[in-house]
Ligand binder design. Structure first.
Ligand code: CP
Length: 326
């Protein structure tokens, strides 16, 4: 167990060793148990977290804010459109100044080719830890909650389990690729067989895929890319079909919508779930486009773990805050 995580940023799970991630999960389970028992755990009394949002959120905002209160501290909701962040304050100034007021800075900035660089620039200037609440490349807290959920369902040793990280159709908007990218990076460090299923226009960043392949080689398991939606379900234990934008093909929303429409039959339904292994689980980070991306019968059905997954956001984030901001 690694105990010296004070002051550490968490921008990508790749920045933390496997042992450090296992420490975070151990603490998350302890905090989950304490909350279930009603045991106080005010580990961050009088501490303040600044939460900078450049993009909307439901789960991330509410879980970070609730988590900070449960740890005895306070979380500030800072909307970029109602502050000077959108017109004047630089990343360096935010890191320097907000770091002097608070004990941690959490940021969601998903703009393509801007978000990750912005978060890293704030971190470089900040004297307090910076936590990535999602950028265009990574969504580390979602994926840590996903790993916690998978381990709750299948046990800590995930070697030999097959996870299908698949694209699915959605009509709402061109979603970031940060969830599938973070999934392929983290799950390959736990010996799982990683299956990435997507149409040719929905590639992930080549450097991320290369890192995932290297993780898989180092930690056992396998890594394969499929382009057939049904084949992705066959024999899998964990199904994670969700939509993402064709960012590496086009940044144009209209062109992306036209490409996506070619694959409007990529919807998770009961027939497809039946192709998976017995006991397989359905996961989604939410929000989902219901009856477009996934049918109600699957997302509300017995194999769905989406609410446990959403709950675990709270516990992993509290663990990260308690370890880095103490
Ligand atoms: N899954 C997730 O990050 O949800 P929000 O966008 O609502 O925060």
């Amino acid at each position: 167990m690694q105990t010296d995580l004070r002051g550490r940023d968490l921008i990508s799970t790749q920045d933390w060793s496997k042992e450090e991630i296992e420490t975070l999960l151990d603490v998350a389970w302890d905090l989950k148990r304490k909350r279930a028992l009603g045991e106080p755990h005010a580990l961050l009394r009088d501490k303040v977290l600044a939460m900078l949002f450049f993009f909307t959120s439901t789960r991330t905002r509410i879980s970070f804010e609730a988590g900070m209160a449960q740890l005895g501290g306070h979380a500030q909701f800072i909307d970029s459109s109602t502050t000077q962040i959108s017109h004047g304050d630089t990343a360096k100034e935010i890191g320097e100044i907000v770091g002097r007021y608070t004990d941690g800075i959490a940021i969601r900035q998903c703009d393509w080719e801007i978000g990750n660089a912005y978060i890293k620039s704030v971190a470089a200037a900040s004297r307090v830890p910076v936590l990535n609440m999602q950028c265009e490349i990574y969504h580390p807290f979602q994926i840590l909650a996903d790993l916690m959920t998978i381990q709750e369902k299948f046990g800590r040793d995930l070697r030999g389990k097959t996870i299908n990280v698949s694209w699915a159709y959605a009509s709402s908007y061109q979603k970031p690729i940060s969830v599938p990218q973070s999934l392929v990076l983290l799950m390959t460090r736990f010996g799982m067989n990683l299956r990435l299923t997507r149409p040719p226009e929905y590639q992930l960043m080549p450097e991320i895929v290369a890192q995932a392949r290297e993780n898989s080689r180092r930690h056992g398991g396998s890594f394969e890319i499929l382009e057939d939606f049904d084949a992705g379900f066959a024999g899998a234990d964990i199904l994670y079909p969700k939509s993402w934008g064709s960012w590496l093909t086009t940044e144009d929303q209209d062109e992306s919508a036209q490409i996506g429409a070619k694959y409007s039959d990529w919807i998770t339904d009961d027939r497809r779930m039946a192709l998976a292994n017995e006991g397989a689980i359905y996961m989604h980070c939410l929000p989902a486009d219901r009856n477009i991306e996934v049918t109600d019968s699957v997302i509300d059905g017995p194999q769905s773990v989406v609410y446990d997954e959403a709950e675990n956001r709270l516990h992993v984030q509290k663990a990260a805050m308690a370890l880095t901001m103490r």
